[in-house]
Design a protein around this ligand. Structure first.
Ligand code: ADP
Length: 593
């Protein structure tokens, strides 16, 4: 019976259901859980600062009601001493608060970035084939910085402002309950109009997030495709597309800020209207001697403080909702299951000889048509196999299944008689060297680009590898030899030179199996010959599967497989296939012609 691991893995759908904002909120909060102690300390500092601020109106009341009528200098001095001490304490607490805020914000954001990054690695190749890279970059930068605001400002301020509002309203009630009741209609006025504006602001902010992500993707795409754009003189076309993304983003921002202005205006209006009512009714109470002048002054100061805090609580809660919409994108991304999973307890092979067997392998991308259909192939250790055939018939897919970028829906691939799904990713990928059409070189020294194949290798090993790959001479001719820095994607090297660096990587990695995916097809004839020479050496004694476009490069391979519609059409050595005068023969005639 077939191993059903692959089917089970495939059954996991990549994109989960739309999660509720509450779940997102809990997930976002989980990143501060680790810093619990610091977080509550931060809230306490905030409450401490506000308590001192709250006590200032009381000091004013004391000054007007007690000190001024009695002209008591000693009390006045004490009041000044207390005020100064309070101020020092407040600044001390504020400094501490700031330090805690930064620490929590940075630590939580760092943890989040670690998690996003490691999740990206777990999702691997298949995910990035389907999603734009700009989106992932946006997750790492913009979305995380938005969440930093949540940890630094929104969350502690919500808690702190709620506590402060309760304390202040209690003090206000203690001064005068009728005056405090005046606040109710003012808050109602805000509630009447405020939430609808807040809701609009939420929607606009959500739209703006989408626009920002699309814009980021576009910038990434334009920068990545700079060479193609120049080559095709498509700068104007790209410029229009760029503007097409930037303009809606900027317009969206203007609309969002306009809404924010109205939100602020309504808030100010509601507490100024209330302020006038408090003053009028307060004067009346003072005249009636139900309230002292000091109490009235203190009350007014509290009033403005409380109105500001309470309306701020409403705003902060709405802003959190907006933020959760933005965070839900990252949350959904974090819930995406990898299409290919590593087995929990892998089988460890001491040595890999390199025997490969495709056993009834069937594969299709995302429920599309079958790319490989019941494919069977046995490759002995050390054998060289070339896969040829028309494009789009599954050749590269075959190699990608072998390195487990994807898993087949049916059948299995065995390495040294062990299903590759039972091996660890590390062992599988260490034993396989993959050379594709385009080599990615890091913006680092040539040395590090070669050592990437095996970071612990010695300098001597590295030079040997470069020599074996016919790369030593051109590297030595560079201004700083092995220490020459390569630009992004190694733009200062030719295609052939880049390929030879990637072959040097393989010499140092020493994999038992080599996969060549049209490794030389992007090169001109002169470079191809150089690379071909290097490859000849590399292939010695290694199981090799080469997808080849130019048939001249694979004539001496042990087995040539002609693949059509994901199935083997013909198979044999060059001579056998030429004698047969079938598809391979025709392909060869086509190439020669
Ligand atoms: P070949 O190497 O023979 O040119 P491929 O293995 O690259 O062919 O592709 C086989 C088929 O699978 C093609 O029809 C191609 O469009 C499709 N395909 C390749 N990669 C993907 C992908 N990531 N998502 C969906 N379809 C894909």
């Amino acid at each position: 019976m077939k191993d059903n691991v692959s089917t089970a893995i495939h059954a996991k759908q990549s994109v989960p259901q739309q999660d509720s904002l509450f779940q997102t909120y809990r997930w976002v909060l989980s990143y501060v859980q680790k810093y619990y102690g610091m977080f509550w300390l931060l809230v306490c500092c905030g409450i401490g600062v506000t308590c001192i601020q709250v006590s200032i109106p009381k000091g004013v009341q004391y000054f007007i009601d007690i000190i001024v009528p009695s002209a008591d200098v000693i009390r006045f001095r004490w009041l000044i001493i207390l005020l100064v001490a309070g101020m020092f304490l407040m600044f001390g607490l504020m400094a501490w608060q700031n330090l805690l805020q930064r620490s929590i914000q940075e630590k939580a954001a760092r943890d989040l970035q670690y998690d996003i990054f490691s999740h990206m690695r777990k999702l691997g190749y298949s995910y990035f084939q389907q999603r734009p890279v700009g989106e992932s970059l946006s997750f790492m930068n913009t979305e995380v910085s938005i969440l930093q605001d949540f940890y630094r400002f929104l969350l502690p301020h919500t808690i702190q402002n709620i506590v402060v509002s309760i304390v202040s309203i209690t003090v206000m009630c203690a001064i005068s309950i009728p005056l405090t009741l005046i606040m109710v209609p003012c808050l109602l006025l805000y509630y009447l109009v405020g939430p609808s504006i807040e809701r609009k602001a939420t929607i606009l902010a959500k739209q703006n997030t989408e626009q920002r992500i699309a814009y980021n993707q576009k910038v990434y795409e334009s920068v990545s495709a700079l060479t193609e754009m120049r080559a095709h003189g498509a700068e104007d076309w790209d410029w229009k597309r760029f503007k097409g993304h930037l303009q809606p983003f900027l317009d969206g921002r203007v609309r969002m800020l306009w809404m924010a202005f109205w939100r602020g205006t309504i808030r100010r209006l509601s507490y100024y209207v209330g302020g006038v009512a408090v003053i009028l009714y307060g004067i009346h109470l003072v005249k009636e001697q139900a309230l002292s002048v000091g109490e009235m002054s203190a009350y007014l100061l509290y009033y403005f403080q409380v109105m500001q805090t309470v309306t701020l609580v409403i705003t902060v809660i709405t802003e959190q909702k907006v933020l959760m919409h933005q965070a839900s994108r990252i949350h959904r991304f974090m819930q995406t299951e990898p299409e290919v999973d590593e087995v929990a307890t892998p089988i460890s092979l001491k040595e890999i000889s390199g025997e490969i067997r495709f056993d009834h392998v069937t594969y299709r991308y995302n429920n599309g048509p079958e790319v490989l259909s019941d494919f069977n192939l046995m490759i002995k250790a050390g054998q060289r196999v070339a896969i040829v055939g028309p494009s789009g018939h599954g050749k590269s897919t075959l190699l990608q299944l072998l390195v487990r970028f994807y898993d087949p829906q049916q059948g299995e691939i065995l390495l040294d008689s062990v299903p590759i799904q039972k091996l660890s990713f590390a062992q599988l990928r260490e034993s396989i060297g993959y050379v594709s059409q385009e080599t990615y070189l890091f913006g680092d020294t040539i040395r590090n680009n070669i050592l990437f194949g095996h970071p612990d290798a010695t300098e001597e090993d590295m030079i040997q590898a470069a020599k074996a790959a016919y790369a030593h001479d051109f590297i030595s001719a560079q201004p700083d030899g092995y220490d020459t820095l390569l630009g992004e994607r190694g733009v200062n090297l030719s295609g052939g030179q880049k390929q030879r660096i990637s072959i040097a990587r393989m010499f140092i990695k020493k994999p038992s199996i080599l996969l060549l995916d049209e490794a030389t097809s992007a090169l001109d004839t002169a470079s191809e010959q150089e690379v071909q020479q290097a490859l000849e050496r590399l292939l010695l004694g290694r199981t090799t599967i080469a997808v080849a476009h130019r048939l001249s490069t694979i004539k001496d391979y042990d087995v040539i497989v002609v693949l059509e519609h994901g199935q083997i059409r013909e198979m044999g050595s060059h001579e056998e296939l030429m004698r047969r005068q079938g598809v391979y023969y025709q392909l060869n005639s086509g190439e020669e012609g």
